[in-house]
Design a protein around this ligand. Structure first.
Ligand code: FAD
Length: 463
C-alpha cells in the first residue's frame, strides 16, 4: 500500500514550498518532494544569490564613493572568495529556514525525484530506493532551467549558464552576455563593478524589452557610462574558441561582427523542468514545453495542478508563490486571497527598476485613454540626502475614472516602493484614493505622492 496524502507537491521552489506550507496550514496532510535543495532556483541559483552579489557590489561602490559624504576610505578593495562565501551563507540560511518551516508546519519533506503516475500517484526515486505515494490533489511545481540557444558553440567549456556563473570563485577578466533581459543586466552590473569588461548582445532593438521604453533607454545610457558595451538588434550566430578566448559572432545592422571574451554567459531565458516529471500515461496537455492550466491552475488531468515556471506567464518567484497560495486556498474551499494577475516586475540594478500593470504605450495599443503622472526624483529630499537623485516615477491612470492601471519607476528603492502600486492596481484604486494616505518625510515614497499630485493638478515640488 502506498502512503496517502491530501496534497503532494513536486518541487520545493518558491511555488512548491509556499503551496505546501499553505496547504498544511489549511489542515491538509501534505508532502513535498524535492530532488535537490529546498528553495529551488530562487534560493539556490536565482534571486537570492544574485541579490547577495548585487548587494556586495553596491557596498563596494558606496565605499569607493563615500568621500562625497565626508568619509575617507582609502584603497578600497574586495576579496571575491569572501563575497562568494557571503552569498553561499545567505543562501544556506534561507534554505535551512524553509526546511524548518516544513518541520514546524508538519509538511513531510521527501528527498528524491518525483514522477507523476496515473490515478494521482507519484513515484519517488532517491538514493535510498523507490516509493510510490498517492494524494487527493497533486501540485506540480518543478520550475525551470536555463534555456540554451540552438546555435553552434554553446557546448564549449567557457560558455556558461547562470547556474555555472554562480559557481565561479573568481571574477572573469571579460564576459560577453548573450541576451539583454533582467538576468543579463543584473549580472552585468555586478561584474562590471568588480572590474570585469562586460559586453551585452541583445537580439531585440532594446535591452529589457518588456519594460517601459524610457526605462530601457535610460538604463542603456547608465550601463554604458559604467563601461558596459551594449549592442542591441545584435543576433548572435555562434561562439568559437580562439586560444583562451571565446568569440561571439553576431550580426548587427546587417554586418557580421564579433566580440571576444574570457567567458560567455547565455542568458536568453529559461525553459520548464519537465525531464522525467511525467510517466507516459500521465502526461498532461503541454504547449511549447509548458504545462497548460486553466484559471484555477488545474492541468488537463483532474486533481493535478501546475504552478510557477512550469506554466505560461511571468517566470518570477512571487508569481509562483501567489499561484501556490491560490491553489491551496481553492482546495480548502476558501476565497482566494491574492490576485495572481497583478505581478510586479523588478530589476535590481542601480538605480532599481520596478513596474506593474500596463505602460502608456500598452494602454495606447489596447485603446485605453489614459493620463500619465510623472515625478523626477531629483526634487525628492531623501534622494538628495543619499545622492541618489537619478530617476523617475510614472503612474498610468484611466483618463476618465482615474483608476490606476500601471506604474513604472526607476529610482532608489523602486523594488520596495512598487508595493503601493501593486495594492492600487489589484484593488482598482483611483489616484485620489491612493493620494489619501500621507507619506512620511523624508522618504523616497514622497515621490509617489508627488507623481499622484501631478495627476491631480500638479506636484508640489515642481515649478
Ligand atoms: P524553481 O524555483 O525552479 O523550483 C523548482 C524545484 O523543483 C527545484 O528545486 C527542482 O530541483 C525541483 N524539481 C524539479 N523537478 C523535480 C522532480 N521531478 N522531482 C522533485 N523535484 C523536482 N525571480 C524573482 O521573482 N525575483 C528575482 O529577483 C529573480 N532573480 C532571478 C535571478 C536568476 C539568476 C534566475 C535564474 C532567476 C531569477 N528569478 C527571480 C526567477 C525565479 O528564480 C523563478 O521564477 C522561481 O524560482 C520559480 O519558482 P518555481 O517554484 O516555479 O521553480
Amino acid at each position: 500500500m502506498s502512503e496517502k496524502y491530501d496534497v503532494i507537491v513536486i518541487g520545493a521552489g518558491p511555488g512548491g514550498y509556499v503551496a505546501a506550507i499553505k496547504a498544511a496550514k489549511l489542515g491538509f496532510k501534505t508532502a513535498v518532494i524535492e530532488a535537490r535543495e529546498a528553495g529551488g532556483t530562487c534560493l539556490n541559483r536565482g534571486c537570492i544569490p544574485a541579490k547577495a552579489m548585487i548587494h556586495a557590489a553596491e557596498v563596494y561602490r558606496s565605499a569607493k564613493e563615500c568621500e562625497r559624504f565626508g568619509i575617507h576610505a582609502e584603497n578600497v578593495t574586495f576579496d571575491f572568495e569572501k563575497i562568494f562565501e557571503y552569498k553561499e551563507e545567505t543562501t544556506k540560511q534561507l534554505v535551512q529556514g524553509v526546511e524548518g518551516l516544513f518541520k514546524g508546519n508538519g509538511v513531510d519533506q521527501i528527498a528524491g525525484k518525483g514522477t507523476l503516475l496515473p490515478d494521482k500517484k507519484v513515484k519517488v526515486v532517491s538514493e535510498s530506493g523507490e516509493q510510490v505515494l498517492e494524494a487527493e490533489h497533486i501540485i506540480l511545481a518543478a520550475g525551470s532551467k536555463p534555456l540554451i540557444l540552438p546555435i553552434p558553440g554553446m557546448d564549449l567549456p567557457g560558455v556558461l549558464t547562470s547556474d555555472e556563473l554562480f559557481r565561479m570563485k573568481s571574477v572573469p577578466e571579460s564576459l560577453t552576455i548573450i541576451g539583454g533581459g533582467v538576468i543579463s543586466v543584473e549580472f552585468a552590473t555586478v561584474y562590471a563593478e568588480l572590474g570585469c569588461k562586460v559586453t551585452i548582445l541583445e537580439a531585440l532593438p532594446r535591452i529589457l524589452p518588456n519594460m517601459d521604453k524610457e526605462i530601457s533607454q535610460n538604463l542603456k545610457l547608465i550601463l554604458k557610462k559604467r563601461g558596459i558595451d551594449i549592442h542591441t538588434a545584435a543576433a548572435v550566430q555562434g561562439v568559437e574558441a580562439d586560444g583562451d578566448q571565446y568569440i561571439c559572432k553576431y550580426v548587427e545592422k546587417e554586418k557580421e561582427q564579433s566580440a571576444a571574451s574570457q567567458y560567455v554567459l547565455c542568458a536568453v531565458g529559461r525553459c520548464p523542468n519537465t525531464d522525467g516529471l511525467f510517466a507516459e500515461d500521465a502526461t498532461p496537455e503541454m504547449n511549447r514545453g509548458r504545462v497548460v492550466v486553466d484559471e484555477k491552475f488545474e492541468t488537463s488531468i483532474p486533481g493535478v495542478y501546475a504552478i510557477g515556471d512550469l506554466i505560461f506567464g511571468a517566470q518570477l518567484a512571487h508569481a509562483a508563490s501567489a499561484q501556490g497560495i491560490q491553489v491551496a486556498e481553492q482546495l480548502a474551499g476558501k476565497e482566494v486571497s491574492v490576485d495572481v494577475n497583478v505581478v510586479p516586475g523588478c530589476v535590481y540594478t542601480d538605480p532599481e527598476i520596478a513596474s506593474v500593470g500596463i505602460t502608456e504605450d500598452e494602454a495606447k495599443e489596447k485603446g485605453i485613454a489614459v493620463k500619465v503622472g510623472k515625478f523626477i526624483m531629483s526634487a525628492n529630499g531623501k534622494s538628495l540626502i543619499t545622492k541618489e537623485e537619478r530617476g523617475f516615477i510614472k503612474i498610468v491612470a484611466e483618463e476618465e475614472s482615474g483608476v490606476i492601471v500601471g506604474a513604472q519607476m526607476m529610482c532608489a528603492r523602486a523594488t520596495d516602493m512598487i508595493g503601493e502600486f501593486v495594492t492600487a492596481v489589484a484593488n482598482n484604486m483611483t489616484v485620489s484614493q491612493l493620494l489619501k494616505g500621507m507619506r512620511a518625510h523624508p522618504t523616497y515614497n514622497e515621490g509617489i505622492g508627488e507623481a499622484l499630485e501631478e495627476l491631480e493638478g500638479g506636484a508640489i515640488h515642481v515649478m
